[in-house]
Write a protein that binds this ligand. Structure first.
Ligand code: AMP
Length: 419
């Protein structure tokens, strides 16, 4: 066993799997770029209060799962458990909301939650997320959903569903809350559950215990309390999705794990992942910016779970990337050849080819083995003879076929053969 191991429950990606990781990130980013979202890079730690205020104290994320510590200046710091609160903090702090609206940004990177580790649930995990801040428009909700959906589709995922619901506007939520609270008052609940419900009664829909699920069977549903404006808004989101061929199911019992959501909320659920089936989710958050000390502007966004998307691709047997992609492997034998080929390799790389070269004095056999392993499409061996004749044998690694090429024509020949 290695002397040092990674901390318990973190996800790590190293070759060849890390190539898939990059590929997934890029595939998810493309639809966001195509819709004019711009990158935002933020710290992985923030003041603890940003999350307690922003994400909400009734959530598991805040009450049980935060990595919180005191820094050397005695400040309470938390490793970010999610991305939206940090984006909002940055938007307010840097006045991004004083320019063109909506502010449209995307982020990616590691997030931290002290959860019980299991397949698809890690203590450090990766998300790709987008936020569109400052405009409340059902078509913007639909755009955000469509960007996530397009990413999954581009990757080749098929066995997943989109669940949507609406938490309505404040008036609708307050009416529902009154009814739900009096329903919950009549249930016999343990103290802890009751305390949770007092903070956010919707949380009981999310309780995994079968006895609570059963008690909640007849609970009043928010969708039945939407006022006309909220209903119309939700219908517009639905017809916008339908107009671009995105299938969805309405799931009135869906509760997201973060407290800030209002209006449209959604989740992408994969059918091959067992208990950890959520591969992404998001929604609209009307009050978050004001709660965090900014203007009263609405926002909408999502976060997609990279780790689970990789697992979903495995389950669906979709192969996403060839491992690293190398055009040419150059084997140089002898001092003179090593000197010459080192410069040649740089030139070919500048010309746009992916080129690897052999290192160490391992002889032809060992170098050929390395060339094989690299997955390169072509190889050349350069020794003293090749340097003096100025030509090499360009070998096709798949067929074994070799053609004689002058060193000066190597780039053009490679380009031709790569067509
Ligand atoms: P959330 O921020 O809770 O809405 O989560 C958004 C997505 O991130 C989920 O749908 C998951 O795919 C992923 N995710 C959340 N928590 C974890 C975790 N602990 N481990 C792996 N993926 C996670």
């Amino acid at each position: 066993m290695a002397k040092y191991q990674a901390p318990k429950g973190v996800s790590e990606y190293f070759p060849p799997r890390s190539n898939d990781f990059e590929h997934v990130m890029r595939a998810l980013m493309n639809p966001a770029l195509a819709a004019g979202y711009e990158p935002i890079e933020l710290p992985v730690f923030e003041d603890t209060e940003l999350f307690t205020r922003g994400v909400g104290e009734s959530t598991d994320v805040v009450s049980k799962e935060m990595y919180t510590f005191e820094d050397r200046g005695g400040r309470s710091i938390t490793l970010r458990p999610e991305g939206t609160a940090g984006v909002m903090r940055a938007v307010i702090e840097h006045n991004l909301d004083r320019g063109q609206l909506p502010v449209k940004v995307f982020y990616k990177g590691p997030f931290f939650r002290a959860e019980r580790p299991q397949a698809g649930r890690y203590r450090q995990f990766y998300q790709f997320g987008i936020e569109a801040i400052g405009v409340n428009d059902p078509y913007l909700d639909a755009e955000v959903i469509a960007i996530g959906y397009s990413g999954y589709k581009a990757l080749g995922l098929t066995n997943f569903s989109l669940h949507i619901t609406s938490l309505g506007d404040r008036e609708s939520r307050e009416k529902h809350r009154t009814s739900l609270v009096s329903f919950i008052d009549r249930l016999s609940l343990d103290d802890e559950t009751r305390a949770r419900a007092a903070k956010n009664p919707l949380r009981l829909f999310d309780d995994k215990r079968p006895e609570i699920q059963k008690l909640m069977t007849d609970a009043p549903l928010l969708l039945d309390f939407l006022n006309d404006a909220s209903r119309k808004n939700f219908e517009e989101v639905q017809s916008a999705l339908t107009s671009i061929g995105i299938p969805f199911e309405i799931n009135a019992r869906m509760v997201r794990g973060l407290d800030y959501y209002t209006g449209t909320t959604f989740e992408f659920v994969h059918h091959g992942l067992g208990a950890q089936s959520g591969i992404g989710g998001g929604g609209r958050y009307d009050g978050l910016m004001e709660t965090l000390g900014g203007q009263n502007l609405s926002g909408v966004g999502f976060a997609l779970g990279i780790d689970r998307i990789l697992l979903a691709l495995d389950v669906e047997k979709v192969s996403v990337s060839k491992n690293s992609y190398t055009d040419l492997y150059v084997i140089a034998l002898g001092d003179e050849a090593r000197k010459n080929s080192f410069a040649l390799v740089q030139k070919l790389r500048s010309a746009g080819f992916v080129v690897e070269q052999s290192f160490g004095e391992r002889g032809l056999k060992g170098a050929m083995k390395a060339a094989d392993k690299s997955g390169a499409r072509f190889s050349v061996v350069i020794g003293d003879t090749e340097i003096s004749s100025g030509s090499v044998e360009l070998k096709n690694m798949a067929t074994g076929e070799a053609v004689s090429v002058t060193l000066s024509a190597l780039a053009t020949t490679l380009a031709e053969k790569s067509k």
